[in-house]
Design a protein around this ligand. Structure first.
Ligand code: PMP
Length: 404
């Protein structure tokens, strides 16, 4: 990979903060956008702006074609069988809420159980807790071990005749652990239980094949895959989506409407009520083409090298504690140094031009499990470099020396 050439595609990377060159290590929160994505959005508004699926006129047809082409780009990206299995949403959070609401409405009664894990993001906890309140379902939680890995033998014990769905993250946004989702899906399917994979932290780092995985649902956000904000994806197997009721009512999700009753549109439109965010849907396709062009395998190999280098260098720092020490990790490192508060570390690194995330990372139950309030988190992208990591490590050492 030609990193200098790649970095030139991301104008923000040559910006300065407080007069220092920006070192952006908060890619788990959101990724920066290549020029082609921003230019695509500008181009749509300047040349092709019209509401999709509604007009017979030229611009509407053009915008519709581009948005539907983007659906095929997403389909091919995760190797879904049909493009109608790709639903555009606002992001991972909305995708999980859609499934929680609609799946539970159709398939869950009071006392039924959904299994999640102890390391989930709030999006994959609270969406189900809302259903606990509405429908009296119960959440069961797969615990983790001291390395920050799921205890799979405990999963076996949690499964019962009441289990309706298992919803787990692929890669932890705090620990960096790559969860054994193949195994989880195999265990679940042996009991005819469907599985939702939260791929918010994985689709940008490795090749995902939903048919090979055989997952039932998979969700991710556009803004974390170098695409625009406000657009995300829900992949669902046709057999589930067909049985699930619509999540929201409005334009485009209907077939006919009368005061006597309404019939619903077919997939994927049944789940896309109202004017979709078509400019960002189209630009998401551009972002996916961009990363496919670099190659997910090359991205993974490069980012794995960076992760190893970064971990080794960090471990040289006195009194550092890294949270998440699995052998199978990707792109994320959470740590604390001595008694230095994560917020202080983040603020002082920021003054050196280094952007990291601090806090609970929308995973408060995990923080409770780890017995801490929060961490400093580094999350890597393919445009990061070893030199940036060297500067980060020097920065952390400087902060540590300030605190004595
Ligand atoms: N799941 C995981 C694992 C995440 O890392 C995030 C974002 N931090 C989300 C869900 C929520 O994503 P979004 O805010 O884009 O909906």
């Amino acid at each position: 990979m030609d990193i200098e050439k790649i970095r030139a595609d991301f104008p923000i990377l040559s910006t300065t903060v407080y007069g220092k060159p920006l070192i952006y290590l908060d890619n788990g929160a959101t990724t920066q956008k290549p020029k082609c994505v921003v230019e695509e959005i500008e181009k749509i508004y300047y040349t092709t702006n019209a509401n999709v699926h509604r007009g017979v006129h030229y611009l509407s047809q053009q915008a519709t074609d581009l948005a539907e082409e983007s659906r095929v780009v997403v389909q091919q990206f995760i190797n879904a069988e049909h493009s109608k299995e790709i639903i555009f949403t606002k992001g991972t959070t909305e995708s999980i809420n859609l499934v929680a609401h609609s799946f539970c409405q159709q398939f869950c009664v009071e006392g039924d159980e959904i299994i999640i894990s102890a390391m989930e993001h709030h999006a994959n906890i609270v969406s189900w807790q809302l259903q606990e309140a509405i429908r009296g379902i119960k959440l069961r939680v797969i615990p983790i071990n001291e390395k920050g890995e799921l205890k799979l033998d405990e999963l076996q014990k949690l499964i019962s005749s009441k289990t309706r769905l298992i919803s787990v993250m692929h890669i932890s946004n705090v620990l960096g652990t790559v969860n054994p989702i193949e195994k989880i899906i195999e265990i679940a399917h042996a009991h005819s239980i469907p599985v939702l994979i939260d791929a918010a932290q994985s689709v940008q780092h490795m090749t995902i094949d939903v048919q090979k995985l055989d997952c039932d649902f998979l969700v991710f956000s556009g803004h974390k895959v170098y695409g625009p904000n406000g657009v995300g994806v829900l992949y669902g197997k046709e057999k589930w989506l067909n049985q699930m009721p619509p999540y929201q009512g409005g334009g485009e999700m209907i077939s006919t409407v009368s005061f006597k009753g309404t019939t619903f549109n077919e997939l994927p439109f049944k789940f896309e009520a109202g004017t979709p965010n078509y400019p960002d849907v189209i630009a998401l396709g551009t972002a996916i083409k961009y990363i496919k062009n670099i190659g997910l395998d090359s991205i993974k190999a490069y980012e794995d090298q960076l992760l190893e280098y970064c971990t080794d260098e960090l471990l040289r720092i006195k009194d550092i504690r890294i949270f998440g020490t699995s052998d199978k990790k990707s792109s994320v490192i959470s740590f604390l140094v001595g008694n230095i508060h994560h917020y202080d570390m983040g603020m002082l690194l920021d003054k050196m031009g280094i952007a990291v995330r601090t806090g609970h990372h929308c995973a408060q139950p995990l923080m409770e499990e780890l017995g801490i309030e929060g961490t400093v988190r580094i999350s890597l992208a393919f445009y990061n470099t070893k030199e940036e990591i060297d500067q980060l490590v020097a920065g952390i050492k400087r902060v540590a020396s300030m605190f004595g």
